[in-house]
Write a protein that binds this ligand. Structure first.
Ligand SMILES: C[S@@+](CC[C@H](N)C(=O)[O-])C[C@H]1O[C@@H](n2cnc3c(N)ncnc32)[C@H](O)[C@@H]1O
Length: 233
């Protein structure tokens, strides 16, 4: 039995096969806000199976994924073993806001996609952004994506299923429903919940750190109640 989110993601889990549907949708929209080119370095916080790396490694100078799941990193490294500009770094399960392994590298684009709901508190998120500052430079963009800003639970599950059905993923939609409702994920969520930061919380975080950021109006992921923030340095 996995007791917290870090343990959940470090083990084999029921999302191994389904995250890509949401990611494909995200990728088709995100390029309106960040465009990739061969001079750019990209950092992917919570890179998981490496969907971002798979999609853009050939379009950027370097891409670095960091994740608490050594299992995802092992698989992702294997997939990209012939791509010298792709790197995956293991984050400590207890000290995952420590990015010293990035050795002071500067990134033009930092993407945090569908990860912050697994953090423990608003203070941790604040510290994440603070710790990322040394890795940015003037003109860097930080995209915080798929943010849960309100309680929604069951309604959201139904809405996500409808979006998956619209995307032609009928079997995914049905299996996702069972996974979300009856799985290990459901148990971990029941015990730990998601971190929910309201729009007001986000405004406070940005203002406390003196960052220029705003909510993107259009939806970037299949989860239409979730929000996305673009920070420009
Ligand atoms: C829903 S998946 C998203 C993966 C990827 N960003 C995507 O969109 O395909 C959540 C990812 O966040 C990672 N994660 C969870 N807690 C984390 C933390 N505190 N720091 C870094 N990564 C974390 C998990 O291991 C998992 O790979």
């Amino acid at each position: 039995m996995k007791h917290n989110w870090t343990e959940f993601w470090r083990g084999k889990n029921e999302f191994d096969r389904s995250m890509d549907v949401n990611f494909t949708y995200f990728l088709s929209r995100v390029t309106k806000y960040v465009s990739f080119n061969k001079s750019l370095n990209v950092l992917d916080i919570g890179s998981g199976p490496g969907h971002l790396e798979d999609s853009i490694y050939h379009k950027v100078n370097e891409i670095h994924g960091v994740d608490v799941s050594e299992r995802y990193n092992l698989n992702a490294r294997e997939k990209h073993k012939d791509h010298p500009n792709v790197f995956f770094h293991d984050l400590s399960a207890t000290d995952y806001l420590n990015f010293s392994m990035l050795n002071g590298k500067k990134f033009d684009i930092i993407i945090v996609m569908s990860v912050l709901q697994y953090y423990k508190s608003k203070d941790e998120v604040l510290l994440l952004l603070k710790n990322l500052m040394p890795f940015t430079t003037k003109g860097s963009k930080i995209l915080l994506c798929d943010l849960i800003v309100q309680q929604s639970a069951f309604k959201e599950i139904i809405e996500i299923m409808i979006e998956y059905l619209k995307a032609g993923k009928i079997i995914y939609a049905v299996s996702l429903f069972f996974r979300l409702r009856f799985s290990q994920y459901y148990q971990v969520k029941k015990n730990n919940g998601f971190l929910i930061l309201t729009e007001q919380d986000w405004k406070e975080i940005l203002s406390q750190l003196g960052l220029k950021g705003s909510f993107i109006k259009e939806k970037l992921t299949l989860h239409k109640r979730r929000k996305n923030i673009l920070i420009e340095m």
